[in-house]
Design a protein around this ligand. Structure first.
Ligand SMILES: [Zn+2]
Length: 247
């Protein structure tokens, strides 16, 4: 995986600042796939997209992720750590614009997994909307009866239900639910963890810190933004330290 540069992080943040979740996910992943057109990236299944975002987070900011969630019963903020290597170990492998075939007599069904292009078409319904029948219909590529006739227009409900089940089994990490327990009221619940939102917040923080560094160093040395961002983090922080020492 190619790791986004300091300039990439700022670029993703400025382009995604006022955009919806699926688009932000694409912006964060785009630098890691420099040869992949944006439309192709949007065809990556949601599960694989999330797997890549977890891996990106691990490479950029470390394997341990510190998160917090509000208890739905008593509103206490519950903090927890998540090891990304544990999350990735729960998954079996890669699925990338792959087609699957299933049989439910008398139908032979070809389908694919939901992707970001679907989220865009569905007006960013969020990954929970992936379970709606309309959404599942989007994922059907071909449905044929035993005579070889294509019946995509009139697919029975039982086929939709079966494909929904199959998609759910294959969509590892499309939705990650964590067992959380409140330390105050002892309430236990399943909490959805959104890697897009989490990593976006980290990108935002990182972008602002980098711009602050550019501001400080450019003010002092009159260096160009691109040159400052092209420096290693070690070198940038050394100059910033010198700046602090002078003050
Ligand atoms: Zn509680």
């Amino acid at each position: 995986m190619i790791i986004p540069s300091a300039a990439d992080v700022i670029r993703a943040w400025e382009l995604g600042k006022d955009r919806v979740s699926w688009y932000r996910a694409m912006l964060m992943l785009a630098p890691t796939y420099p040869d992949l057109p944006f439309d192709d990236l949007a065809e990556m299944s949601i599960g694989e997209r999330n797997r890549n975002l977890f891996e990106l987070r691990s490479r950029l900011f470390g394997d341990t992720l510190h998160a917090q969630v509000k208890c739905p019963e008593c509103a206490t903020i519950v903090e927890f750590d998540l090891e990304i290597s544990d999350v990735l170990n729960m998954t079996s492998g890669v699925t990338f614009t792959e087609e699957y075939e299933a049989v439910l007599e008398p139908f032979v069904i070809t389908y694919r997994l939901p992707n970001s292009a679907d989220l865009q078409a569905m007006d960013n319904v969020g990954t929970k909307g992936l379970n709606s029948p309309d959404y599942i219909r989007n994922c059907l590529k071909k449905v044929q009866n035993r005579n070889g006739e294509t019946v995509l227009e009139n697919v029975p409900e039982k086929v939709i239900r079966m494909v929904k089940e199959l998609i759910s089994e294959k969509s590892e990490l499309a939705e990650l639910n964590l067992d959380i327990a409140c330390s105050e009221c002892k309430h236990e619940w399943l909490s959805n963890f959104d890697i897009v939102e989490f990593l976006w917040n980290e990108f935002t923080l990182q972008a602002k810190q980098l711009l602050n560094q550019v501001h400080t160093l450019a003010s002092r040395y009159c260096w160009r933004e691109a040159d400052i961002l092209a420096m290693s983090a070690v070198r940038r922080s050394y100059y910033l330290q010198l700046q602090n020492d002078v003050e």
